[in-house]
Ligand binder design. Structure first.
Ligand code: HGY
Ligand code: MN
Ligand code: MN
Length: 414
């Protein structure tokens, strides 16, 4: 039987608010990109909080931070929780951070309650869950799962031509990347607390979401090359405009995602660069990235194929050249049964309203599921907003999520 656990709502709120000040965007927006000055300051802040709670800290060669509370049987595989503190440009303050500050609060509250775990408990702050700097998300958890080798990691290059190898060393992470990969069974279970980033919990007036599966993301990089030239002098029939071609492709991409017959099918072009980018110069080159997802792998892969075919046909019709690279095409995952049942039992016991649901956003739990049974707990997002400054989850909702997390971790670690 667990002793009463007191989750300190105010402590969580204060720490989330302080974390939000480490940002390269004016409040209420938050921008915190991998290994920038603000990311390093946020990392230092989280390490300070973990030290104040007398937990042990280690960091691996990629900057994944592990906050550990030794259990009475430390040789057993530990139970882990965690999420990320990096934030895409002009994001909100809750994406990822609720699972990091909330995870720390769960461990602190359990410790303060006098609970003693048999299995050690670890909070993981994952490196670069967002794809912002290197175009690929979940770098830390991918490397832990071994789906990204040290060689592949070192070659990742950002928009300024800096490699991940360079920037990790500049950030002080010099350990061998071979040690980042964790063996299957390194952890007994992994459970991530996260905001839903969608409207379903709020619309259903539900307090908790228990994730049953996580959608599979694929990312394509596309470069279209046409002819440039003078906007006044080159007549319409003689043009090979890279931007009008890309625009037709982007509308075709939208159509493909709208017509799969499945509501979980999504495709997004959120990043477009136009060259030379002058009002009176016909675009000669366009670079854009496509984010394609579905919880069903076959549907997701068919969208990838159909989108590539559409780009090819439009490029031929418009006499422009195309280069398509698939950056990643990950499998979806099903949440681990032991984690889901522990979370369901806990939520029932706490008498919180909940439902099982699919995560349409990807998370580090997607890759942790490759090394141990993994799951997620969602708390409601107001209006379903996320990846925008208006992102909001109330302190009460966050505290409820942390309460479920703490009790479920205790169950899994006993
Ligand atoms: O894009 C995502 O699903 C996550 O927020 N990185
Ligand atoms: Mn995000
Ligand atoms: Mn996130």
């Amino acid at each position: 039987m667990l002793p009463p656990i007191h989750i300190q709502e105010d402590r969580i709120t204060n720490e989330l608010d302080r974390l939000a000040t480490y940002s390269d965007a004016p409040a209420p927006a938050v921008t915190r990109v991998l290994f920038t000055r603000t990311d390093m300051a946020a990392r230092a802040f989280m390490r300070q909080l973990a030290r104040e709670a007398n937990f042990r800290i280690r960091e691996d060669g990629l900057g994944n931070i592990f906050v550990r509370w030794e259990g009475s049987e430390p040789e057993l595989p530990a139970v882990a929780t965690g999420s990320h503190i990096d934030a895409i440009p002009f994001a909100g303050r809750y994406d990822g951070t609720v699972g990091v500050v909330g995870g720390l609060e769960a461990l602190r509250a359990l410790k303060e309650s006098g609970f003693q775990p048999k299995r050690s408990l670890e909070l993981i702050i994952f490196t670069s869950e967002e794809p912002t700097r290197f175009g690929l998300g979940c770098l830390g958890s991918r490397a832990m799962a071994g789906t990204l080798s040290p060689d592949q990691l070192m070659q990742l290059t950002d928009s300024e031509g800096q490699t991940l190898e360079q920037v990790r060393r500049e950030a002080g992470y010099i350990e061998n990347l071979d040690e980042v990969k964790l063996s299957t069974g390194h952890y007994h279970a992994f459970l991530e607390l996260h905001i839903e980033q969608g409207p379903r919990l709020e619309a259903g007036n539900l307090q908790i979401g228990i994730v049953s599966a996580i959608a599979a993301p694929a990312t394509l990089r596309v470069e279209i090359r046409g002819d440039g030239g003078h906007a006044g002098a080159v007549l319409m029939p003689r043009r090979r405009d890279a931007l009008t071609a890309a625009s037709e492709m982007i509308l075709a991409i939208e159509k493909i995602a709208q017509t799969t017959g499945r509501e979980d099918s999504v495709a997004t072009v959120g990043l477009v660069n136009v060259y030379p980018g002058a009002v009176n110069s016909i675009p000669s080159k366009v670079y854009f990235e496509i984010d394609i997802r579905d919880t069903d792998l076959i549907t997701r892969d068919k969208m990838v194929t159909d989108i590539q075919q559409a780009i090819k046909e439009i490029a031929q019709a418009r006499r422009v050249s195309r280069q398509i690279d698939i950056l990643n095409a990950d499998d979806p995952c099903t949440a681990g049964e032991i984690v889901v049942s522990a979370a369901v039992s806990t939520t029932h016991q706490l008498a919180y309203s909940f439902k099982k649901l699919v995560s349409r956003a990807y998370h580090d739990a997607l890759f942790m599921s490759q090394i141990c049974p993994s799951g997620m707990i969602f708390v409601p997002s107001q209006n379903g907003y996320s990846h925008r400054p208006e992102e909001y989850t109330s302190p009460q909702d966050i505290a409820r999520g942390v309460t479920v997390l703490a009790h479920t971790l205790a169950r899994l670690a006993s």
